[in-house]
Design a protein around this ligand. Sequence first.
Ligand SMILES: C[S@@+](CC[C@H](N)C(=O)[O-])C[C@H]1O[C@@H](n2cnc3c(N)ncnc32)[C@H](O)[C@@H]1O
Length: 279
Amino acid sequence: MNFRPDDDDDSDDEIDPFKSAMLPPQLQEAAVTVDQENQLQNVEESKYYLASIASNLVIRQVPSEGISFQLWPAATTLVTLLDNLIRHPEIPTDGALSKLFETKDGNRPLRILELGSGTGLVGIAAAAVLGANVTVTDLPRVIPNLRFNIEANSEILKINGGEVIPAALSWGETGHMEALGRDYDLMLGSDLVYHDHLYAPLIETVKWFLLGNGGKELVFVMAHLKRWKKESAFFKMAKKLFDVQVIHTDPPLPGTRVGVVVYKFVGRGTFPNGNSELR
Ligand SMILES: C[S@@+](CC[C@H](N)C(=O)[O-])C[C@H]1O[C@@H](n2cnc3c(N)ncnc32)[C@H](O)[C@@H]1O
């Protein structure tokens, strides 16, 4: 399926990130191989350069295994944003991003929870560039590939004081959420809004972490590439519960009218300036 922003066609069964948007230059495709040990077909290893720590992350994708095993454009936008913020702390961000990387309880490392991590690029990069303790989550069947990618980058994580832990989190599953708890400083996610039957469980999950936190100011930063008009239903649902602010917008992808947008979600009414902006 070709990328058709604002298309009314709701048949999103075959979203293909490689056809729908070009990958950014930081991501260098490596040769396609067959993983002998696991008998996986069409394994692809990509390198992602993190300028702030002058290191390459290596990420295994297995497109034949489905959506969860591929790297999506919003992930690379979010990683680039984090990397640039660490590299250029002098860049003014109008306060929207200034407190994101603050540990709320004392001197322990920043604790981050990522939803729908897929290949794990965002969580692994966040751990490496921020020296953070990151829990990457996804459906149970995705965990082995996440574990593989964490292990593949273990040396970079160690050098930079980051730690990444994989955990199953199916959106809306109370047992999974309770097992993880709410002791996080920041929540991240990229390209999570696509199938409409997932909007409600995703909202429930964000609500569980952001609004059930005993007043603790947990923020959810989500990168998103708009593909269908129907996605506005997700943001309408979100706006009833959270203040949603655009904190970054990429230029349109080549040949399209839209680029990846990064949103910040907090419990309603908690932005200091009272703004709630949503595009
Ligand atoms: C489009 S992919 C994005 C992956 C990754 N965040 C990225 O940007 O490259 C969506 C991710 O959401 C996960 N996902 C879909 N439904 C889910 C659910 N019900 N619970 C938890 N994760 C889910 C998928 O497994 C997949 O990894």
